[in-house]
Write a new protein. Sequence first.
Length: 550
Amino acid sequence: MRALLSLLAGASLLVGAAPPPDTVPLPVSVRVAADRPVAPLPPIWRFFGADEPNYATAPDGAKLLLELGQLRPDSVYFRAHNLLTSGDGTADFKWGSTNIYTERDGKPVYDWHIVDRILDTYRARGLHPYLELGFMPQALSSAPADVPYRRPWAADGPKGNGTGGWNYPPRDYAKWGELIYQFTRHSVARYGRAEVDRWYFEVWNEPNLDFYWSGDPQQFYRLHDVAIAAVRRALPSARVGGPDVAGSGDAFMDGFLKHVTTGTNFATGKTGTPTDFVSFHAKGQPSVIDGHVRMGIANQLQTADAGFAKIAALPALAHTPIVIGENDPEGCAACPGPANAYRNGPLYASYTAASYARLWTLARRRDVWLAGALSWSFTFVGQPWFAGYRQLASNGVDLAVLNVFRLFARLGEQQIAATSDGEIALDAIVRDGVRGRPDIGVLATRSDAGKVAMLLWNYHDDDVPGPAAAVHLTLAGKHGASARLWRVDASHANAFGAWQAMGRPARPSVDQVAHLRAASQLVAEPLALTAGVTDVTIPRQGVALIEVEP
């Protein structure tokens, strides 16, 4: 705990410690054409996930799941590691368990009660599982006898810390397949065929990393094939795919894609493996430069584009739905520290707006079907306030980044033409990130009901004070005159800023918690719109949404 508090102290010096200076706002011209459709805008943001499945059933976790389910009712998905891991269901960093499988006298014993409680919690709050089939139950693990099943995680531990028997191939693939068959069959009986048909089924996590997979690629292909065949045996219409590799997957992904398209299936002997979606992960790379956080948005966008290109190059999969199964500014949600001090405040929010906007454009340019981009961020139960983990809420109080997902939820189904002379060009931000002038961008949509929504952001990789954007917006085409403005920035919808202002109390009082909850909320402001023209100021690392009702 002492080490964590020292990290928090360092983080607080890096993020939001000084008010922005009085500088001349940057003039920016934004033009939106309400009657010029560009393309449909799929709601790729409606996917979330976490290493720790058991946090979902804790009060703070269940509360946050309800809020996620309300973003887009009956359309939000949640992915979690450790749904098959052995243990008593106690959550910990990068850990969780359900004890779904044990053996007695060499015979399988299935116990659904913990996993049912987790999935019941999702469904009761309107979420659907993005069901990750992992990790290996202790009774099935092929780990040598001298390898412990679990090594507890510590963020500052040695390489390999946290691995163990859970990441080994099964000692018996037939029993592995039967476990997956029985789990799928049980899920259909409990939740109904129509519901389980909506789920995503994938096997394991990041099998191209030694941390998560101790076998070789061929053993993973076998693990995958046997599991997918078992899912389809229980539910022939199930949506199956994978492999949720780290990054774009390099040679491992090339081998996997070749296997599922032209290889011999380990379970059926046929050519290929059913693949209804393809998944990989894309992460940024923040660092500390001259005492401040510098984000690595270019790293994340480059990885996403490389993954799109890899899939687009295979005719058999070129138009298969893609899910970026973890889509984040960096790779370790359970690791606090100075380079990750972007997480609590508006920097994370503005990064999210700028990066998701580019994902839509990159997918369109590669002519691939991007169905989802999953934010690997949930909550860490029982930790200090604003502890510096990658999460959406702290002790039940929403963080600024969650409000950007609420803004995404207000976007329409159809993207419309919009330009900003302050926006960094796509190729430039993918290549270099945002290291010179800020990225002051726009994404505009129109709903079927005629509402126009315009998302604006003022983003920079470097978390240093900078000028606000004085946006002069012109909305052309048929639209209404009633407008309202939603803001997420240092002074709006930002509980972390409110906590800093009250002196960073370690144990906020009841009244202070109520104040933090109020400070975390989005609040609409009326906005004057005269003949389609308005002006709005967006602070550095701020996000805004302008809605114009028909």
